[in-house]
Design a protein around this ligand. Sequence first.
Ligand SMILES: Nc1ncnc2c1ncn2[C@@H]1O[C@H](COP(=O)(O)OP(=O)(O)O)[C@@H](O)[C@H]1O
Ligand SMILES: [Mg+2]
Length: 239
Amino acid sequence: MMQSGASSIVQFENVTKKYGEGDATQLANDNVSFSIDEGEFVVILGQSGAGKSTVLNMLGGMDVPTSGRVTVAGQEVSKMNDRELSLYRAGTIGFIFQFYNLLPSLTALENVSLVKNIVKDAGDAEEMLAQVGLAEHKNKFPAQMSGGEQQRVSIARALAKNPKIILGDEPTGALDSETGVIVLELLQKLCREQKKTVILVTHNADIAQCADKVIRMKNGKVREIKINDSPKSVREVEW
Ligand SMILES: Nc1ncnc2c1ncn2[C@@H]1O[C@H](COP(=O)(O)OP(=O)(O)O)[C@@H](O)[C@H]1O
Ligand SMILES: [Mg+2]
């Protein structure tokens, strides 16, 4: 079993999540335990319905466990009230979703600038876009950008919060493999060079080759936790 070392930033301890009541009860997470170290590149792997998004939503403070404990950066997230959760989401977590979730009527720059409304010392939007290689596209609307470019805008938006942890729920799920590689490379670079903890949910086992740690889930349970001693760089993998 994983022990929580001094460098552990995320801990799930016997986390269970039930949706619904009685006959309609869905056990989305069943006694899930794992820990993640600061600066780790982690893949949560499993088929559709395995409970991956449920883990990510509780880790991100968007949902709360039915029982068990979630601790992130020394804070007990599973005990927080709505106000505390809101501050936690703003201050600690950057989110990336499968379909980017950009506002269509705002330019790339405006989408990233929105973070200023929820975070006091938000990163400069132009700088964030430059970091993801999109300085020249800052005045484009989402519809004028490719999927990969839109996803990079959403990464810039996540970075503007200066989060300790970046969570991605199937972040390459809507991209062709070439574009997906660019997005994964960027996420791996943020992990290696900026020491961000990056946690990705995916059903794509190829991505797991790049992870420091792979948490494999099935039927709401953790089936295996594997430490990768020599994770591949995204470029090395044959996609
Ligand atoms: N809000 C919800 N209400 C009811 N059931 C849910 C809800 N969210 C997820 N579930 C159920 O929990 C299980 C795990 O879902 P999820 O975490 O989304 O899996 P994954 O992300 O691995 O596809 C599924 O059976 C799903 O139908
Ligand atoms: Mg999911």
